[in-house]
Design a protein around this ligand. Structure first.
Ligand code: SF4
Length: 331
């Protein structure tokens, strides 16, 4: 029993695994991950490139089929849950309206042959939302206005627009079917800094207005901090720490989180910060051995870390970490 079990969440992920067959063995992209997402929150998912965060995001909305485990989506009114990993294709088509994704690269995720109008109309047409052309036109203009795209751009093609506007098209497409839950997969990492701020502000405003639940995936802790209510840190297919964003920054428990935070530059000359340099290589996610996956790079590694894989446990109220040392300190 944990503090999180007291309320019905919006989504509950239980022991989710996603493995890929490779020539060298089984690649453990997501390995036994469990957590819950609350209605209307933004859960930040952060970690180095290749840690499995995007794979996890895609499994949550079944763009990828999980190897095992459950992703339960709860109905707010009835409290009943449906397992996204098990529903039929036709049921998933209905669910697809509720769960959407915004991809990382606005340059490659849009069909260059389609105009802004056609790109935003596509999800509406595929799902047969409107039979009346005028109603669809009104909805497309409404979506363009919501994401801050001028109507005069409706006949423009993606190559004629800057990165920020292209990402706004991606966001408009994801909002077209009135979703509840959106996976934002590195939505600003391909954009320059001032455009990043505009898109982050837009996402925050949309959440305030329409009460979306977000999973915000990024390799950049500073970006995640500005949008998240809670942050989950991933390392080599596992969640190693999960807590409220303030507590994570003030009291990080896992040595990997501590190292990530120490790498964030401070703008003040009078503040000195100890940088934790991680030594050793990231181990291969193919057939990883037992024990802590971080042990080869951890300066606190103990004997137990080499034998027993630490589980994600609630060390302080609503602060979870997967580390033998943190568990000892939290007792
Ligand atoms: Fe380091 Fe051990 Fe904690 Fe892993 S379990 S992070 S090796 S102290």
């Amino acid at each position: 029993m944990t503090s999180e079990d007291n309320n019905i969440p919006y989504m509950r992920v239980d022991n989710l695994k996603k493995f890929f067959h490779t020539k060298r063995g089984m690649l453990h992209a997501v390995d036994d991950v469990s957590f819950a997402i609350r209605k209307g929150e933004t859960l930040g998912l952060v970690g180095e490139s290749g840690c499995g965060k995007s794979t996890l995001g895609r499994c949550l909305i079944r763009l990828l089929d999980a190897t095992s485990g459950r992703v339960i989506l709860y109905d707010e009114k009835t409290g009943e849950g449906v397992d996204v990993t098990k529903v039929s294709k036709s049921a998933m088509k209905q669910l697809r309206r509720k769960v959407q994704i915004v991809f990382q690269d606005p340059y490659s995720c849009l069909n260059p042959r389609l105009s802004v109008w056609e790109l935003i109309a596509e999800p509406l047409i595929v799902n047969g939302v409107f039979s009346d052309k005028n109603a669809m036109k009104r909805r497309i203009h409404e979506l363009m206005s919501i994401v801050g795209l001028a109507e005069r751009l409706e006949n423009a093609y993606p190559h004629e627009l800057d990165g920020g506007r292209r990402q706004r098209i991606g966001i408009a497409r994801s909002l077209a079917l009135n979703p509840e839950f959106i996976v934002l997969d590195e939505p600003v990492s391909a954009l320059d800094v001032c455009i990043q701020a505009q898109i982050l502000n837009l996402l925050n405003e949309l959440q305030r207005e329409f009460h979306y639940t977000y999973v915000f995936i990024s390799h950049n802790l500073s970006v995640v901090k500005h949008v998240s209510d809670r942050i989950a840190v991933m390392y080599l297919g596992k969640i190693v720490e999960l807590s409220d964003y303030r507590e994570l920054f003030v009291k990080p428990m896992h040595p990997y989180t501590q190292a990530l935070l120490s790498a964030i530059p401070v703008a003040r000359l009078d503040v000195k910060k100890e940088r934790i340099i991680l030594e050793g290589d990231v181990p291969s996610p193919i057939e990883p051995p037992d024990g802590c996956r971080f042990m080869g790079r951890c300066r606190h590694c103990m004997e137990i870390c080499k034998k027993e894989t630490p589980e994600l446990k609630e060390v302080f109220p609503n602060h979870f970490t997967a580390c033998h040392l943190a568990e000892l300190r939290g007792r």
